[in-house]
Design a protein around this ligand. Structure first.
Ligand code: ADP
Length: 386
């Protein structure tokens, strides 16, 4: 059996798993355990991992026969110091625990996932792969918030950026698809899933990202607000009597496209717009407006883009979002070919008009493969014939 990595992405109520073959990049098995804590059959993450075992067994896979060389864990926030893929030991766990206040919604469930997986698979190395890694070397002018620098330093406040695994993978895939050196390209990557972020990349290095200290900043998302005036938080706290937790929950879970249009899934949002729903229309318009603002900002940061790439659930599938994000930009060398844009495909593809100065691509992201490869790299490469 060729070498594989088990990739785990542990959220507060879900555990996504994927067994990835390193040589071919093929997915041997994958799935998601949902409603952890809600479903009496899956009371906690320990039980969720048992469900993963059972699901693999049900598909005819035994963990000890899968050729596993390690377990790769997606960790959202690595704070100021943890960013390279890191083999997890007790010290790493302690450091991750200390980081939890920086990512109160994301890191605690990831830690739970790591702890139960280490207990269940003690003979395999476990590796943390951070969503913040790719953006660690953002230039200072892009990473720094213009706030009191002593406060920022004491509290490690900077732009960390997230979805880094995806932005890096997709920007590399774009260069490979175009068969040009990564070093030669100025790129804008638009990762539009339930979470959404934009990045500007020069020669494979990030020079801008829309997400910040937390994954809340930037684009309008499925349930998150993206950019807001920080004054809104103080105002609600002071005048509306909302607690910090209430405000955090509202901004993370009841805002964005759902907060405005009552819907998180773009297919349903389009249906409602077609039926004349004004809230859905406004949600979509605000989403597109913000997206265009970031595209414009990054065109200026880059001095023009060679490639603009759409990825993740909305970016890969929603031709209307792609069309509306880039309409009317021919003066900037950006023009989509309607026919190419509307042809559905699961493969990487060009959708820009022939002769347009900026190439527009759709590239499927594969964070699991990227995590598996990062994990294998830190473990010293793919070992022998396994
Ligand atoms: P996550 O951020 O949870 O990984 P994904 O990248 O899988 O999310 O994106 C999920 C979102 O993609 C869905 O909520 C939905 O809005 C959108 N989506 C998926 N398929 C389609 C489609 N065919 N058309 C439009 N939007 C889609």
């Amino acid at each position: 059996m060729p070498d594989t990595v088990l990739v785990l992405n542990s959220g507060s109520s879900s555990l996504k798993y994927s067994v990835v073959q390193l040589d071919s990049g093929a997915t041997v098995a994958d799935g998601i355990v949902e409603r952890i804590g809600d479903d009496p059959k899956v009371p906690d993450h320990r039980a969720a991992l048992d469900v993963v075992h059972e699901a693999l067994a049900g598909d005819g896979h035994r963990l000890d026969e899968l050729g596993l060389v390690g377990v790769g864990h997606r960790v959202v926030h690595g704070g100021p110091d943890l960013y390279r893929p890191t083999v997890i030991d007790d010290d790493t766990i302690e450091r991750l625990k200390r980081l939890s206040p920086l990512a109160p919604l994301h890191n605690p469930p990831a830690l739970l996932g790591i702890e139960v997986a280490r207990a269940a698979l003690p003979d395999l190395p476990h590796v943390a792969v951070f969503d913040t890694a790719f953006f660690h070397d953002l230039p200072p002018e892009a990473a720094t918030y213009a706030i009191d620098n002593e406060v920022a330093e004491e509290w490690h406040i900077r732009r960390y950026g997230f979805h880094g695994t995806s932005h890096q993978y997709v920007s590399e895939q774009a260069a490979a698809y175009l068969d040009v050196p990564l070093a030669s390209l100025r790129q804008i990557v638009l990762h539009l899933g339930n979470g959404a972020s934009a990045s500007a990349i020069v020669g494979g290095r990030p020079v801008g990202t829309s997400m910040g200290l937390t994954p809340m900043e930037g684009l309008v998302m499925g349930t998150r607000s993206g950019d807001i005036d920080a004054g809104i938080v103080m105002y609600l706290w002071r005048e509306a009597g909302m607690s910090v937790e209430d405000i955090e929950t509202m901004l993370n879970r009841r805002s964005g496209v759902r907060g405005l249009g009552g819907e998180i899934d773009f297919r349903e949002l389009h249906r409602r717009i077609d039926a004349g729903d004004a809230d859905a229309r406004l949600a979509y318009d605000v989403y597109i407006h913000r997206l265009r603002k970031y595209i414009g900002a990054y065109l200026a940061v880059l001095g023009g883009a060679d490639v603009i790439t759409f990825t993740a659930g909305v970016g890969e599938n929603d031709a209307l979002v792609r069309r509306d994000a880039l309409s009317g930009l021919t003066a900037f060398g950006i023009e989509i070919d309607e026919h190419l844009n509307e042809s559905p495909s699961r493969a990487a593809r060009r959708i820009s008009a022939a002769g347009a100065a900026t190439t527009v691509l759709v590239v499927p992201t594969d964070e699991e493969l990227a995590i598996a490869r990062a994990c294998a790299d830190v473990l010293g490469g793919v070992g022998g014939d396994g």
